[in-house]
Design a protein around this ligand. Structure first.
Ligand SMILES: O=C(O)CCC(=O)C(=O)O
Ligand SMILES: [Fe+2]
Length: 253
């Protein structure tokens, strides 16, 4: 194992190579798909081994080194905070600007990062009918980095956005919880960065809360009314020592 791979391994969430001999991600072998119907028109789908282990390592290294990561100051509940993770934003030309938590990220062009276009193509093939045109990237440089409870319910994504999330590097937990009052309006892009995330959801996998492990090379897709009716988060995990990179593909309508 190379030094580069060793860097990816965390004590709590070691990255195992599930297919040590697999050549690439385009083999025709059907992949395991986990589907979860959240009810009332909300769905989550997960493909744990969406991109092969070795390709995922290559993408991780490329993204870690070549993306112009920034850690912006954002405003939540009228207070300024440094966002607890690095970020970058890529979008097609001429699209409306994304603004969240008082922050308007610079929109880089897809052409600057050809590997992102490769991953986008793979996602489009896996999700017939999808056509994503923007991408929010996050880099969690250890277990203290997190994203608080929020919904990606910005108006520019329309009422039923499909959001496709690809993860590389350190495994982290991804939690979903039903919004307190179903269908009630929630402040746009309410990310709760200033609030320490709950240490661990107390009752996971009842009908109001679900937990997923986002593995190296996995795809998770939220569809239907998930952003209207549910919140999601990637909480702090003290023992997650190494870096995780996440790509969320979205369509600005
Ligand atoms: O890192 C993740 O898995 C989720 C990121 C996320 O929810 C977001 O960027 O809106
Ligand atoms: Fe999100």
């Amino acid at each position: 194992m190379s030094g580069g791979l060793l860097k990816l391994i965390s004590k709590q969430h070691p990255i195992e190579d599930p297919h040590p001999n697999s050549e690439n991600s385009t083999s025709e072998k059907p992949k395991k798909v986990v589907e979860l119907d959240l009810g009332n028109g909300s769905q989550v789908l997960q493909i744990p081994r969406f991109i092969s282990y070795q390709h995922s390592c290559n993408y991780f290294e490329y993204l870690d080194q070549n993306i112009p990561w920034t850690r912006p100051t954002i405003r939540v509940f009228a207070r300024s905070h440094v966002q607890p993770r690095d970020t970058c934003y890529v979008a097609g030309e001429g699209l409306p600007q994304l603004v969240y938590s008082g922050y308007q990220p610079h929109a880089y062009s897809w052409d600057e990062f050809p590997p992102l276009k490769e991953i986008l193509d793979m996602v489009h093939k896996a999700l017939p009918g999808s056509s994503f045109n923007s991408l929010l990237l996050n880099r969690y440089k250890g277990g203290n980095d997190y994203v608080g409870w929020h919904a990606d319910d910005e108006k520019l994504y329309g009422p039923t956005p499909q959001i496709a999330s690809v993860s590389f590097g350190c495994e982290r937990d991804f939690l979903l919880k039903r919004k307190p009052s179903k269908g009630a309006p929630v402040k746009s892009a309410e990310r709760c960065e200033g609030e320490p995330p709950s240490k661990r959801a107390k009752k996971l996998n009842n009908s109001d809360q679900h937990a997923f492990t986002l593995k190296h090379g996995s795809l998770l897709v939220m569809s239907g009314f998930t952003q209207r009716d549910w919140l999601h988060s990637v909480p702090k995990r003290v023992k997650a020592e190494s870096t995780r990179i996440n790509l969320t593909f979205r369509r600005i309508v």
